[in-house]
Ligand binder design. Structure first.
Ligand code: HEC
Ligand code: HEC
Ligand code: HEC
Ligand code: HEC
Length: 210
């Protein structure tokens, strides 16, 4: 083999190697961090304490406007009405709703209702690839379209937290997206303060009446 050929082969294999490393590290880095709900752990390495991620309990329901004797709300399940109702895939605003959910406030990009709600079963949501999603896993839905905020969230720069930075000392608690943003009108109210300090038992709220 000529020297020139050897040199060319060496350069070629070096370039291939560099390309392979780039591709591999891209996939490695772009691997999303898995955020698991509730009691399950999301712990980098071995930590003594978990990170608890808040999530909505149960399924979404409709307030019937009626109350039980003890004052609690009488709710109606979605499928009470929707199992036998053909879903309307086009609805995009509260104004289009005349028979029920009238004038529901809705202002979220140009999404339609079924961008999130699963038209085959309104007691669940769905991802873009049509995977059915429980209401409690709503963060996965938001994350799908708001990747930047979700990765900021994973890096602790969005969404707040309480508890311990050092998971050897104690657990950490995190909010879910819908603790702060309504899914229907997600613009964060600018006047809304970050969470107010907890009022301890016996202490009074500051008097703001004047
Ligand atoms: C009392 C009956 C009733 C209940 C309970 C109810 N819906 Fe509806 N829903 C309707 C009716 C009727 C419409 C159509 C309104 C219109 O287009 O004028 C509708 C429309 C909708 C739409 C718009 C798209 C479509 O298919 O028309 C969505 C999304 C929706 N409902 C979700 C839900 C969810 C989620 C729940 C439970 C949290 C729920 N609904 C509970 C009666 C109900
Ligand atoms: C961005 C995703 C998203 C879109 C788009 C969306 N929803 Fe929802 N919706 C949710 C989530 C999540 C809940 C669960 C309640 C919560 O987290 O506040 C919910 C709850 C509901 C409920 C029950 C509780 C309530 O707030 O009354 C109804 C009814 C409903 N949606 C109807 C609709 C209709 C009608 C539309 C279209 C006009 C729509 N949704 C668009 C995500 C969405
Ligand atoms: C199917 C895609 C999609 C999903 C799912 C989705 N969003 Fe959005 N969201 C959008 C689009 C599109 C906009 C409007 C364009 C923009 O301002 O970036 C938007 C805007 C927003 C805004 C800015 C609102 C404003 O007016 O400034 C917030 C906050 C937000 N979404 C939160 C959420 C949360 C929380 C969830 C989960 C419940 C969610 N989104 C689910 C697509 C989505
Ligand atoms: C502790 C409350 C809180 C939680 C939890 C939270 N956010 Fe936000 N979010 C905010 C505030 C405050 C703003 C407005 C200030 C800003 O732009 O940073 C905001 C802004 C946004 C915006 C609009 C950004 C823009 O530039 O207009 C999006 C989109 C968003 N959040 C998505 C999410 C998603 C997705 C999650 C869940 C992974 C989430 N947020 C969790 C408080 C929260």
């Amino acid at each position: 083999m000529s020297r020139e050929l050897v040199r060319k082969l060496l350069v070629a294999s070096l370039l291939t190697l560099i390309a392979a490393v780039c591709v591999a590290s891209f996939f490695y880095i772009s691997q999303p961090k898995v955020v698991v709900n509730d009691m399950e752990l999301w712990t980098p390495g071995e930590s003594k304490h978990p990170i608890y991620i808040n999530h909505p309990k149960g399924i979404a329901v409709v307030d019937s406007g009626k109350r039980h004797q003890d004052g609690s709300i009488i709710t109606v399940r979605c499928n009470t009405c929707h199992t036998n109702k053909e879903p309307n895939l086009k609805t995009k605003s509260g104004d289009e709703l005349v028979d029920f959910h009238q004038k529901m406030p809705f202002q979220h990009g140009s999404l339609s209702c079924v961008s999130c709600h699963n038209p085959d079963n309104y007691e669940t949501l769905h991802l873009a690839d049509k995977t059915e999603l429980e209401f409690k896993d709503v963060m996965q839905l938001c994350a799908q379209c708001h990747g930047k905020q979700f990765s900021d969230y994973n890096n602790g720069m969005h969404g707040g937290m309480t508890g311990y930075w050092d998971l050897q000392r104690g657990p950490r608690k995190r909010n879910t997206c819908t603790d702060c943003h309504s899914p229907h009108v997600p613009a964060y109210p600018t006047v809304m303060p970050v969470f107010p300090p907890k009022v301890r038992q016996g202490s009074k709220l500051p008097d703001r009446s004047h």
